[in-house]
Design a protein around this ligand. Structure first.
Ligand SMILES: N[C@@H](CCC(=O)N[C@@H](CS)C(=O)NCC(=O)O)C(=O)O
Length: 230
């Protein structure tokens, strides 16, 4: 049975939801057939029973689940025979830490580097919503948020030092094989790569090598034909 995943779509079928990418990689990790349903921001209220304010949301044979973390736990419990996302309860708590780190220190800061680029490539029907909602969230118009990003890029890279120090000596955060902890950080990088030409990493950086290892996973699932190949 195919699982339906509702994720964000921009112009040219760009899938740019950091949180939906976590789920998409989790579904691939579990080997579960998936249909990724393109969903503009303004169509989110029409998903399922209309109670969802954000994506990802999945529908698994009549069961609806929202929130990337809740979905990961649901998949782990519902598909125990498929490869584990966390590698047990201890791994799940490690991933929880990575989630809190990424959502507090990494992802919001990264958004200030690419917000205007996202605005440029948002689905046309989301234009008005994005132009109204983001200045409220960030306190300024997207162009002003993004201005001076070259000066802030080193800070973003420094914030990723804990990741860098791990993946410079082993392929993935938990060792030789990818787990949900990797997908948490990768989700926001894949979203950025699909919407912005602004290279967050340089070749030679162990984080860059890790990003490309992750992009190669599952037949290059996250390596969509993109004009931004950083
Ligand atoms: N904690 C939630 C956060 C979900 C979330 O914020 N999703 C964003 C897309 S990455 C969204 O749907 N935003 C809707 C909006 O800004 O209107 C999760 O992990 O699923």
């Amino acid at each position: 049975m195919t699982i339906r995943l509702y994720d964000l779509v921009g112009r040219d079928d760009r899938r740019f939801s950091s949180n939906a990418w976590k789920t998409r990689l989790a579904l691939a990790h579990k080997g579960l057939p998936t249909e990724a349903v393109p969903t503009p921001f303004t169509a989110i209220p029409r998903i399922g029973d209309g109670s969802y304010a954000t994506v990802p949301v999945i529908e698994d044979n009549g069961t609806w689940v929202g929130d990337s973390w809740v979905i990961a736990e649901y998949l782990e419990v519902s598909y125990p025979d498929a490869p584990s996302l966390f590698g047990g309860a201890t791994g799940r708590e490690y991933a929880r830490f990575v989630q809190r780190w990424a959502e507090s220190r990494i992802h919001p800061f990264m958004m200030t580097l690419i917000l205007a680029d996202i605005q440029e490539r948002i689905a046309p029907e989301d234009d008005a919503y994005f132009r109204e909602s983001r200045p409220k969230r960030f306190g300024r118009p997207a162009a002003e948020v993004q201005a001076g990003r070259e000066d802030r890029l080193p800070e973003y890279r420094i914030r990723l030092e804990p990741l860098r120090l791990v993946v410079q000596s082993q392929p993935y955060l938990c060792g030789d094989a990818p787990t949900y902890a990797d997908y948490i950080v990768m989700g926001s990088i894949i979203g950025a790569r699909n919407m912005s030409a602004f290279a967050l990493f340089e070749e030679g950086d162990p984080v860059h090598a890790w990003v490309h290892r992750c992009l190669d996973l599952y037949d290059g699932l996250a390596r969509r034909p993109t004009d931004f190949d950083w």
